[in-house]
Design a protein around this ligand. Structure first.
Ligand code: LLP
Length: 461
């Protein structure tokens, strides 16, 4: 059975990029992530091809917040694209895996003076400016260092988007300069000797399932670039950010209100974005910052079922009206934070029973001491469908966990953050070790030296 080009079923087991995940789960501790370098390379080439075939002057900067594991970043660099960072820490990681300064754009909505200083000194391609206040701060820091900072202005072009409310950025969200203030901000930047304005940035949000927000945002961005040019000032690029959606939910027809269902492929976004640019400014460089659409499909999370029970389903009056069978796996929101943080839906299968019909309903929970650590069900029900015999010892796999998962793991309940492996050149290699017990307490201080002098005891008047 073939589920997609790298996911097949052999002997009842799920096989990912040639690796029997059940066999692997019997040899190494679960939960673990399993990445595929082949899928990553394929996602990068699809993105590059989709945009550069339509607008040759396109540069792609992988949004490293989606997955900043060093192996992953190294693979991204080798695949030939650039990187977007969001903090001094991400800048450090990018430099550590060998990205050159011109390959790095630096975003952020609360950059410290130190972060600005290191980005300016490193000579990054552009610091993306979030506010007029920050523009002045960058000018001050760059001026004190005696250099001129390359900047893009991030503008909230105020277009409606449809996605999870936590992923909206360009319509009353927290990021960017208000469109009304943008022209004045550009004039200020062009007039300041410590600032070197290069472009306009307008990321509109994440998991954007339609093209309309891009068409509207790029259109408004080009209007602004035109207005800046009317004042005799030239910008050399438009950075349209990332946000391209991936299909977390498999469906033949998508309900437009369901942001887990993504009807578009990367080519559709490219046609839309490049189309607007080709009509109005074919000479302009296009920059992009995709994260999820590069990393999302590159990994699985492999877990083991540890517990099961049947509990009564009760009506409002407390009468038992049915039964619910619960399964508890060894990974919850400590390993896949977005499943509770955003109520995110990650498709799953019983990988050790992959050739049995998945037709029995189960409530699926994580291991944490937290009543919210229960996975969303399939098709808007509270239930996941697995084969009826699914039980402790079976392996459950979650799909499309390559973006925003490793990044957001936490050691709640003193559960070690999980290991990650990758399939590379037909071999499984570790790319992240699970926390040891010592790792989990390495930063705790039981008996430390005071950081402030002891307060004077209150005096008597
Ligand atoms: N550029 C900027 C300025 C961004 O803020 C983001 C994402 C991206 C690019 C990449 O967007 P993508 O292509 O991945 O959609 N923790 C959340 C995701 C937060 C996204 C934040 N910004 C989640 O797990 O869904």
């Amino acid at each position: 059975m073939v589920l997609d080009e790298d996911i097949t079923v052999e002997g009842g087991h799920l096989v990912f990029d040639g690796v029997d995940v059940v066999d692997l789960a019997r040899r190494v501790a679960t939960p673990f992530f399993l990445f595929s370098s082949r899928r990553l390379r394929r996602n990068v080439s699809a993105m590059v091809e989709a945009f550069t075939s339509r607008h040759p002057d396109t540069e792609i900067f992988f949004a490293s917040k989606a997955c900043s594991n060093l192996w992953f970043l190294d693979q991204v660099r080798r695949a030939g694209i650039n990187i977007e960072v969001n903090s001094g820490g991400e800048l450090w990681k990018a430099q550590r895996v060998g990205f050159a300064p011109w390959q790095i754009v630096f975003n952020g909505v609360a950059k410290t003076r130190d972060e600005i200083g290191s980005a300016v000194q490193a000579g990054v391609r552009a610091l993306v400016v979030d506010s007029v206040y920050e523009l002045e701060r960058i000018a001050e820091v760059a001026g004190a260092l005696g250099v001129s900072a390359a900047v893009d202005l991030r503008v909230d072009v105020n277009v409606p988007t449809f996605t999870h409310p936590g992923l909206v950025t360009a319509h009353g969200g927290k990021a960017g300069i208000d469109l009304d203030d943008a022209l004045a901000a550009f004039s200020f930047a062009f007039a300041h000797e410590a600032l070197d304005p290069r472009g306009l940035h307008l990321h509109v949000g994440s998991q954007i399932t339609g093209i309309e927000p891009y068409v509207a945002a790029v259109g408004k961005g080009l209007d602004l670039i035109e207005a800046v040019a009317a004042g005799g000032l030239r910008l050399d690029h438009l950075n349209a950010g990332g946000g391209f959606a991936i299909p977390y939910r498999e469906a033949t027809v998508c309900d437009p209100d369901d942001y887990f269902c993504a009807p578009l492929a990367i080519n559709d976004y490219a046609v839309a974005v490049c189309g607007v640019i080709a009509r109005r400014r074919p000479d302009l460089k296009l920059m992009l910052e995709p994260g999820r659409s590069i990393a999302g499909t590159t990994a699985l999370l492999v877990t083991t079922i540890e517990n099961t029970k049947v509990k009564g389903l009760r009506d409002a009056a407390g009468r038992r009206v049915g039964d619910e069978c619960w399964l508890t796996v060894d990974a919850g929101s400590n390993t896949l934070l977005e499943h509770t943080n955003y109520g995110w839906y990650f498709r799953s299968v019983a990988a050790s029973r992959a050739d049995e019909p998945a037709d029995a309903p189960f409530r699926l929970a994580g291991p944490l001491c937290d009543g919210g650590d229960v996975f969303a069900g399939d098709d808007d029900t509270p239930y996941r469908r697995f084969p009826a015999a699914t039980a402790p010892g079976d392996v459950v796999v979650f799909f499309d966990v390559g973006a925003y998962s490793l990044e957001m793991m936490n050691p709640y309940n003193a559960r070690p953050r999980a290991a990650a492996y990758a399939v590379q050149d037909g071999r499984v290699v570790p790319i992240r070790l699970a926390d040891t017990l010592d790792d989990m307490v390495a930063a705790d201080v039981v008996s430390g030296r005071p950081v402030l002098p002891a307060a004077e005891p209150p005096g008597e008047d």
